[in-house]
Design a protein around this ligand. Structure first.
Ligand SMILES: O=P(O)(O)OC[C@H]1O[C@@H](O)[C@H](O)[C@@H](O)[C@@H]1O
Length: 162
């Protein structure tokens, strides 16, 4: 949710105002670039299931995926950290290697799929992965978010649930 909000904000605010993050998607870019001589423009097809209408940078899918998986991996590892006996350290190293391998396999798969269907250029998915991890880090270090509760009204009074 946070990464989606961030993407929407960046698209409508930063992109529109400063032009920092705005990026053409490949199937737009090939129609507008002047680098192809007449009649040699590559034909990139769009399909309803793959067609995205927002600007391409950063990739929302890459950003969402890296943010969610980053939080899950770091949360899982936090349960095994802090113990000093030898078997616990070995377990931590094995778990660390396994979880981060899974993390990167998933991120690379997401990135390749987005590039393969021509919704993004490579730098846009890389930026998405980095942005997702930064958002996750920022929110992991923001205690107010971890203690936030939907059961509390704005004035602090608890909401009746029963
Ligand atoms: O930028 P991408 O990778 O094409 O992803 C766009 C999508 O990003 C997601 O984060 C949003 O929830 C979707 O609404 C949006 O369509």
């Amino acid at each position: 949710m946070v990464t989606t909000a961030w993407k929407d904000w960046s698209v409508h605010s930063v992109d529109g105002t400063f032009g920092i993050l705005f990026g053409h998607r490949p199937y737009w870019w090939v129609q507008e670039t002047m680098i192809y001589p007449n009649q040699s423009t590559p034909c990139l097809e769009q399909f309803p299931i793959t067609c995205e209408t927002g600007p391409g940078s950063p990739s929302g899918h890459a950003m969402g995926s890296s943010c969610v998986w980053y939080v899950m991996v770091t949360a899982a590892l936090s349960y095994t950290v802090g113990q000093t006996n030898k078997s616990a350290v070995t377990l931590y190293r094995v778990t660390w290697s396994f979880l981060w391998s899974v993390f990167w396999i998933i991120q690379i798969s997401v990135c390749i799929s987005r590039v393969f269907i021509a919704t993004h250029f490579p730098h846009q998915v890389i930026l998405g992965v980095i942005a997702g991890m930064l958002v996750a880090e920022a929110f992991e270090h923001t205690p107010a978010i971890q203690t936030a509760s939907l059961r509390t009204q704005r004035n602090g009074a608890p909401i009746r649930t029963g």
